[in-house]
Design a protein around this ligand. Structure first.
Ligand code: XCC
Ligand code: SF4
Length: 682
């Protein structure tokens, strides 16, 4: 079992004394009705205490009063037609018959359809983000957007070559326009295969073709999945799951990958950069703006606008010392990895950020925005500003992102925040003095470069160290926060256990932010938390044991990195042969399910925590957790205990090491280390 969650406090961002940072916040337990802490993040705990004192409700309170419907949570409720909703929970006693829906839909069909619809929605979300990026990219390529263009020419040429664009005889502008058009076309393609499919290891591509899983077009597979899960269409759970994989692969190797690649070309491919995280990045005497959501399209310009001398002068006129811009959720990751803009917090901190009383504007675009931010803003002076025509909130101010003129939209937003500063009630301001330093921005290109150096950039050193046993394996730990568990706790327990066992961790999304807050994104953390093999690598290369790769669309970077490791050689011919595993211990969004499914379909053993949406059907769950591995090489699993989750991942990694015949090497390394320690102590 995992040890009990403890609230840890991080202060002193300059020189974090890793050991001293862990201290329990008094009263954390008393305050909660369930007698257990709600979060291990000290800043969040401080703010929960404050909102409770003030009688202001947050998601943490609602998670206590609103229990999940057990039938829905298990995927056993079908409301796909008006003969239902039909509930087909597991029989309570043995021998009792399993119910079916009015139409006769079995528990496994219903669980599979519900699961598939989550994949469809999640893929749609990422891919629509990707489409938005492609649209803006094309306009920028044509020179129609002041301030936007091609920042990373090298990457432009590389990606253009994937699309068979004649890069020899065209200039940068022509290449960019053609690439933008071809990327746009990927969404509506009706036949053939998505272009990035070719990036996967050959063996994987063959497997996809054999199982009819190769996406033809990004939109098409999502639409077909929605069709097939309509009442009375696909009623074979395996067939539904295969189409769900096709839609999910259209996300991971399609929409999300397009988003990542084009954002990199337009805004720059991330390189390691310093950043700061947690509510303590807000400043009492400055105008504070948080950009929250997912797309970097507008926030890139909000960065520029917030640094504009004219804006800073305006802020000073209003009595502020300057302007502080911070991010939240994946928008935060995007502007952090490219500009070092601080992060105010992850998903579960959005309401409490307003409760600091120091937030002048909360600017949102799409995804993971809780409607309650608007209600909570009524207790304070914070302006909630929506910017996407796709995502308005009743009662919030709407300043629409004008794609042709992002800088002026951004200035209008920054102005609105500045002009709201005098409305701040100084007596209500309470910013927790909690923040942490971190190093972020590990794109797959950067990992390549860091390991091999500029002239011989390659994954070979990584492969060699995996083969040699210093690094036991690779884990991707990603995903959300979920108030059904303890905020940040599962991520941190899992990750610490993995690095202790020499498993290097790649992270994105809100999981990455949990790591940042804990100090795990600093190279110094290797000494404290890692096994001797991984610690040695981190020290030699100067990297943290947990590498921050970006936002959730950047999970595509993990696919690219995994493929690069396969192609480097020595570790099998396919992603499924790598000593690697993936996890989302605190997931909550449909996007997470889509991501999980494309990882499984790419050959990765993928574990989710908190809850799993098919448990109502033992047969379907067994298919996902066991049978799939024979077909796809990857499979799903569910494990709510982070320590057990770590064990399962490590066991899987060891199984793969054995299959590769490199298990002995690791025993030798451990022996070496032991010998060395013995010698040292002698
Ligand atoms: Fe949302 Fe991307 Fe989940 Fe965080 S990790 S809660 S999806 S912000 Ni993407
Ligand atoms: Fe019930 Fe079938 Fe309609 Fe679903 S599709 S609600 S199981 S009748």
């Amino acid at each position: 079992m995992a040890e009990k969650p403890k609230v840890t406090k991080k202060t002193g961002s300059k020189k974090p004394a890793l050991k001293e940072r862990a201290q329990k916040v008094e009263g954390a337990q008393k305050e909660t009705k369930e007698q257990q802490p709600l979060t291990v993040c000290a800043a969040t705990q401080e703010m929960i205490d404050l909102t409770r004192r003030e009688g202001i409700e947050t998601v943490f309170d609602r998670a206590i009063t609103m229990k999940p419907c057990p039938i829905g949570a298990d995927g056993s409720c079908c409301k796909n037609c008006a003969m239902g909703p039909c509930r087909v929970p597991k029989p309570k006693k043995e021998g009792e018959p399993q119910k079916v829906g009015l139409c006769g839909a079995t528990a496994e069909t219903i669980a599979a359809r519900n699961f598939a619809r989550m994949v469809a929605a999640g893929s749609a979300a990422h891919s629509d983000h990707g489409r938005g990026v492609a649209e803006v990219f094309l306009m920028a390529a044509k020179g129609e957007i002041p301030g936007y263009g091609v920042k990373d020419e090298q990457k432009l040429v590389q990606v253009a070559m994937d699309f068979d664009i004649d890069v020899e005889n065209k200039d940068i502008k022509e290449i960019a326009i053609e690439l933008g058009e071809l990327c746009m076309a990927e969404f509506g393609k009706q036949e053939g295969e998505l272009t990035f499919i070719k990036r996967a290891p050959l063996k994987r591509q063959e497997l996809w073709r054999k199982h009819n899983m190769v996406p033809r077009g990004i939109d098409r597979e999502i639409v077909e999945l929605m069709h097939r899960t309509h009442m009375g269409v696909d009623q074979d759970y395996k067939n539904i799951t295969t189409q769900a994989a096709r839609a999910a692969l259209g996300d991971g190797w399609g929409g999300a990958m397009i988003a990542t690649e084009l954002q990199d070309i337009m805004f720059g491919t991330p390189v390691p950069i310093n950043g700061e995280i947690n509510l303590g990045v807000l400043k009492e005497d400055e105008v504070n703006i948080i950009v929250h959501g997912h797309e970097p399209l507008l926030s890139e310009m909000v960065v520029v606008a917030s640094q504009d001398p004219e804006m800073i002068a305006r802020a000073k006129e209003k009595g502020a010392k300057g302007i502080t811009l911070a991010g939240m959720c994946c928008t935060a990751n995007e502007i952090l990895v490219r500009h070092g803009i601080p992060i105010a917090g992850n998903f579960l901190q959005q309401e409490v950020a307003i409760a600091t009383g120091a937030l002048d504007a909360l600017v949102v675009d799409v995804q993971c925005i809780m409607q309650h931010i608007q209600a909570i803003s009524q207790h304070f002076h914070t302006k909630v500003i929506t910017t996407s025509p796709k995502a308005k909130i009743e009662g919030a101010q709407h300043i629409q992102f004008e794609e042709h003129d992002p800088i002026n939209t951004a200035k209008e937003i920054v102005k609105a925040a500045i002009d709201n500063y005098p409305n701040r009630n100084k007596k209500k301001v309470h910013i927790p003095n909690v923040k942490q330093n971190m190093i972020v921005g590990f794109s797959s290109e950067t990992i390549n470069y860091l390991l091999g150096g500029t002239f011989r950039g390659s994954y070979k050193p990584l492969n060699d160290n995996i083969i040699g046993g210093r690094i036991r394996g690779i884990a991707g730990v990603v995903g959300c926060n979920n108030p059904r568990g303890v905020h940040d706790f599962d991520h941190l327990s899992l990750i610490k256990e993995l690095i202790k066992n020499d498993v290097i961790v790649l992270t994105t999304g809100c999981a990455a932010m949990a790591c940042g807050k804990e100090g795990l994104l600093l190279p110094e953390s290797a000494k404290e938390y890692c096994g001797s093999g991984l610690a040695e690598i981190c020290e030699t290369v100067g990297i943290p044991p947990v590498l921050h790769l970006g936002a959730c669309v950047d999970n595509s970077r993990i696919l690219v990195a995994a493929t690069a490791v396969v192609k480097e050689g020595g570790l099998g011919d396919d992603i499924s042969e790598l000593p690697a595993a993936g996890a989302a211990p605190g997931w909550m969004s449909e996007k997470a399910i889509a991501i999980g499914h494309y990882f499984v379909a790419s050959g990765v053993y993928t574990l989710f925590g908190t809850t799993f949406p098919t448990l109502g059907s033992a047969k379907y769950t067994d298919y996902l957790f066991r049978e799939l591995e024979e077909e796809w090489g990857g499979k799903w699993d569910y494990e709510p205990d982070p320590m057990k989750m770590a064990k399962k991942m490590i066991d899987h990694i060891d199984k793969k090491r054995k299959a590769l015949g490199i298990d002995k090497a690791r025993e030798r390394v451990l022996y070496d280390m032991e010998m060395r320690r013995d010698l040292e102590s002698a």
